[in-house]
Design a protein around this ligand. Structure first.
Ligand SMILES: NC(=O)c1ccc[n+]([C@@H]2O[C@H](COP(=O)([O-])OP(=O)(O)OC[C@H]3O[C@@H](n4cnc5c(N)ncnc54)[C@H](OP(=O)(O)O)[C@@H]3O)[C@@H](O)[C@H]2O)c1
Length: 301
């Protein structure tokens, strides 16, 4: 791809806000994911349109959880989805899956290294330009695990430490800061992705865990400062998933014991939807009963 971003004109079937009518029931999925496993079935194939008309930005959407979120958001009727990561070829492949999942959705592919401020600037400018100033949902999902095998802090190279913090913590901070004026305009949902490594200092999880401690605190602070505004900020621990990041971090473990990303997207759909329009400042655990809210309430009581 010669450009830094590509607007998918094939998927550009509506010029205005309205979406064309479409069947509620999806055909059986014959798509395959990046690892060429078949998609999980989804609500028995029932399309619920919970994100109908939404304009959405997802970082780290070239694989793993971000890729699955993009696909499930498209199936839920999102009007436009911007997908961001460093690898153009992987994003193009996800773009094709999105077109198959929802031919009506606009797909905006942006290759960018989120550890660099000027690239974040470009991501925001491109997205808001192509979405005509509108952004309803942003998922800060992109993350770097850092060097593997996971070194202890004493051995952690400074450059790697900086790169992980830039990608996992400073990028979400800047993305929120720079998109906030647009999100305030029409109201919006910011969803930050955290981890249990953001609550427990596991040996070896170094800069990654520290960045997640940071994103928990930053999410709570943004949420408190935005309380009463039309923008809400919540954060989700997806739990252990079978993804490249997790396989690299724990190569000695059996990855089949971990969830498929397709099993954890429901809480993200809820938070992105209008059903959660009054939910702000909460931590969710995608794989726990009641998404961990009861446990959270008990803890803070
Ligand atoms: N997997 C788990 O068990 C687990 C558990 C708890 C929390 N999480 C969290 O869930 C989220 C998704 O993780 P995952 O397991 O799906 O990871 P993954 O498969 O490694 O995907 C990470 C994504 O981030 C992108 N990315 C990394 N560095 C980037 C950079 N500098 N600029 C732009 N994009 C970048 C990657 O794309 P490119 O390589 O194309 O840039 C990729 O799309 C992360 O926030 C992670 O911390 C995961």
């Amino acid at each position: 791809m010669s450009n830094d971003f590509a607007f998918d004109n094939d998927a550009f079937q509506t010029s205005g806000e309205g979406l064309p009518s479409r069947p509620e029931r999806l055909l059986e999925f014959s798509l395959t994911n990046a690892e060429d496993r078949p998609y999980k079935s989804y609500h028995g194939g029932l399309r619920m349109n919970r994100l109908k008309g939404k304009y959405i930005l997802i970082t780290g959407a070239s694989q793993g959880l971000g890729r699955q979120l993009a696909i499930d958001f498209a199936r839920e009727g999102a009007a436009a989805i911007a997908i961001v990561s460093r690898r153009a070829d992987a994003l193009e492949k996800v773009g094709r899956s999105l077109r198959e999942a929802s031919p009506e959705a606009r797909v905006l592919i942006i290759t960018a290294d989120l550890s660099r401020e000027e690239e974040i600037e470009r991501v925001v400018a491109t997205t808001l330009n192509e979405f005509r100033g509108r952004l309803d949902v942003m998922v800060n999902n992109a993350s770097s695990i850092g060097p593997t095998p996971l070194p202890y802090l004493l051995d952690y190279p400074l450059e790697d430490f900086r790169q992980v913090i830039e990608t996992n913590l400073i990028a979400p901070f800047l993305l929120i800061k720079k998109t906030l004026p647009a999100m305030i305009e029409s109201g919006g949902s910011i969803i930050n992705v955290t981890s249990d490594a953001g609550r427990i200092g596991y040996p070896g999880w170094g800069a990654y865990g520290i960045s997640k401690f940071g994103i928990e605190g930053m999410s709570a602070t943004w949420a408190a400062e935005l309380d009463g505004s039309p923008v809400r900020v919540n954060w989700v621990d997806p739990g252990e998933m079978n993804t490249e990041m997790h396989r690299a971090a724990e190569p000695e473990e059996d990855p089949t014991q971990w969830a498929d990303p397709a099993d954890v997207t429901e809480v993200f759909i809820y938070l992105a939807s209008d059903e959660a329009k009054n939910v702000n400042g909460q931590r969710f655990e995608a794989q726990e009963e009641d998404w961990g809210r009861k446990a959270e309430a008990a803890q803070s009581a």
